[in-house]
Design a protein around this ligand. Sequence first.
Ligand code: SF4
Length: 241
Amino acid sequence: MAILLNSTSDLTARQELALWAHERLCAEYGAPFPFFSTKDPLSELISALLSHRTRNQDSHRAYQQLRARFPTWDEVRDAPTAEVEEAISPCTWPEQKAPRLQQVLHQVSQRCNGGPCDLAFLAEIPIKEARAWLEAIPGVGPKTSAAVLLFSSLRIPAMPVDSHHHRVAQRLGLIGPKVGEGAAHALLEALLPPGWDAQQVYDHHEAFMFHGQKCCYFHTPACGRCVLLERCPTGQARVKR
Ligand code: SF4
């Protein structure tokens, strides 16, 4: 199936394909999916910054140690950097992440006009502005900004795209073969109905991610048992070989 990526009719076709895949994958993996996090948005952001290129169990331990040592984010901001570095030692590059965390907390403080560090204000501004504010922080890209808004207690409908989600979308033809993960965010979000709530956006992301983890593997996708095969150009080409 030839897919043109620029015309309006092609956009409509991809929107329809995205919704079809959403229905199939949500049925396959049992949506609605419960949210896994109840963190406030600032805690979610700090957790995301710690997790960069770090195994989940190590970043979790770093986060827990940081929280145990400094009960508030204001205390992390004002602590000697060496102590923050020691608290987050289980994650990768604590010597870089400790000053970065403190920088971020200083920026948040400025936005809060000297009050306690908090990102609750993000709920009061348009999503686009909230994402831009987060993405102005060094090290925060579209995946992290969306994750902070969606996964945290804010539950704002912004969609993160991880490597599994990206791979499935690309093979299915929702995005072009050269579109990277960063650029995929805006393109894939544009395929979702504008009125979708946080649960629907979360289900979409989770269903695509589960599919990448459980069927559309990086090396050898299991196209023969895939619920998207009938409309997937990559799968069709693979099963005809
Ligand atoms: S048919 Fe194959 S390539 Fe296409 S989504 Fe399914 S597993 Fe992935």
